[in-house]
Ligand binder design. Sequence first.
Ligand code: ZN
Ligand code: ZN
Length: 349
Amino acid sequence: MTTQVTDHRGGVWSIAVPIPDNPLGHTLVHLLETDRGPVLIDTGWDDPDSWDTLVAGVAACGFALTDIHGVLITHHHPDHHGLSAKVREASGAWIAMHAADTAVVRRTREAEPGRWLDYLIAKLTTAGAPDDHLAPLREARAKGSGRKLPGRRAALPDREIDPGELLDLPGRRVRAIWTPGHTPGHVCLHLEEDHPSGLPQGFGRLFSGDHLLPGITPHIGLYEDPDDDGGQATDPLGDYLDSLERIGRLAPAEVLPAHQHAFTDAEGRVRELIAHHEDRLAGLRALLREPRTPWQLAVAMEWNRPWEQIPYGSRNIAVSEAEAHLRRLVKQGYVEVVTGSDPVRYQAV
Ligand SMILES: [Zn+2]
Ligand SMILES: [Zn+2]
């Protein structure tokens, strides 16, 4: 086990906590020193190696894990929130999260086994998934198996992160910025302190979670909500693009993301991502000159590899992403539902 710890100075470190069997490689867990003890921003994947790396990393920063005073979670995904329960057990730290993601955690904990499968089957059927794709899910449902959750059940947070407020971190100025899109309750955390290297452009540092990453675009699908009736209630891609503009206006001097590496010129990266999504939406409008179901749209869309090579589980994620784009286009008035189609098809207007 190698511990990769980076001292970002000014009482900020990052610890690269591995994510097993994942091309992303690791989560950058940040440690922020406060007058009441160190606070973690995200915790990493719930796995014995990841845990050992986190403990060794905290020690390399000059602290013991039992010193941890609090845990701030950017969003509920298991590569960020996975080890929170263990950190709380070991240290007595509080865990804080935005209410919209806490609602997802609560829903997932309380859902009966099978509820998720029911939701997935219904969703994919509505999206026009073919029978050969649905068959294994139906089989699993008939056998009574539920969704296999990674590791233990996700920890219920003790505190709410209030967007816009300065967080209660003695000796530090950190403000949460609500950046929904990747998840409904994603937050970025703005450290409103002069950059330790005195970078001339922008102000402070931004812990950006998965919202703003230097070399990858975060997945924007539908918010996984079994109570979402498939209507046009939420618009995650629209939320995401609004959240990006908010971060662009904030103009932090440096961004400390949860994957890859720290970077500057947040505004430039925001512009790139907005342009990327505009291009993608324009491409989809062209594809939708011919009416298509969300599944057919996903098959026709450009991915990082041909559709035939996309693994089973990733196809579900791809369809969710296609649907998020469809919702945006419908909201913008560029695309309409073909009346009477079943499964529902969409067409450019
Ligand atoms: Zn994520
Ligand atoms: Zn992540």
